[in-house]
Design a protein around this ligand. Sequence first.
Ligand code: ASP
Length: 433
Amino acid sequence: MKKLALHWQIILGMVLGVVVALLLNNFSWGAQFIGNWIKPFGTIFINALKLIAVPLILASLIKGVSDLKDISSLSKMGLRTISTYIVTTVIAVSIGLAVVNVVKPGSSISEDTRNELVEAYGGEAEMRKQEAAKQKEAGPLQALVDIVPDNIIGASANNKNMLQVIFFAIFFGIGLILIPEKTSKPVKDFFDGFNEVILKMIDLIMLAAPYGVFALLAALVVEAPSADLFAALGMYAISVVIGLALMICVYLLLVWIFTKKSPKYFLNGIAPAQLLAFSTSSSAATLPVTMERVEEHLGVKKEVTSFVLPIGATINMDGTSLYQAVAAVFIAQAFGMDLSIGAQLGIIVTATLASIGSAAVPGAGMVMLVIVLAQAGIPEAGLALIFAVDRPLDMCRTVVNVTGDATVSMMVAKSQGKLGEPHVKDWDDNYPH
Ligand code: ASP
């Protein structure tokens, strides 16, 4: 019997997770049962993915950089990658601003609802503000200082320090390029083999993906806040989702224009990573799968994926920046503020920077939103307004974050003559595609 393609299996897992949670929610013991007996499997699944992230970046980036042969091709690719990432982020923020100004979701919030929300979520909003305050206290060059670790073991001990591990790997790779081939060969061969092992481990983890997402979604459903609050924030949530959907269309267009690959080809290749991004709300946790899909199913050469994708997962967050723009203007509207064009242009800059600074983990975009609000003079108490629907929107924006990384890696690959045909590994056949 022909097995169901992986993305369909994952979708099935997600749907069943929601259905089972809704059914069990009717029993007094349902939520606790899910918390005790189903949710842990979701946590194990995410942990397994995160476990792979640091070794994967180290192995693949060192190999990718050292394969480039000379420093000038590295800097060429680096420049192109970063500039394309910035351009897509600015497009995303602009789409967010356009949608929120047309739909005006904040105008439909009554004062009662506003007070109710501030009351219900004021505490949680306060915690986000404190986290953001720590980041704001730092000097203007702190972000740069943070990229260079003083200890590689320390840096690899925390998934939030991904940029530091990337720095080390690129630095190490440059060292490898500069030493004689005879000495560098065994080191390269080692990382090559190491990389293959990690990719195999990802395959094995993906066998469990349908079950993992089942557990994750079931847990989310029983932990979700009441439907009334969702309804009050409906227009806001719809605005974010419309913006994100438009951004996906932009990606499909970019892929088509720059690489001549059809939307179907692109979406088929990247779908499992998108579904995983949706279920885990973390581009860092999704990174191993994104790399595997882009390389083997979209035909981007390893030299490009190993460089472009880890960097993208940490600094390119188009979905997050779009959401920050919509959320900031929504909060301003809900508080009856009129934002000038100047203030909105300011949001383009701060949301772009804030999304670069957001960690690739669940909820990070909301922490950095505090900075966008402060810069635009919008009351930070407004965070409480959007708290109730943040998780589902986080899931959606993470899909866009991951899709954006995949898009840019295809564009960069094309420009460097490194876009080939898909090549699914033989041993990959143990799971269906
Ligand atoms: N969860 C997002 C990501 O990992 C970041 C965010 O917007 O909160 O890509």
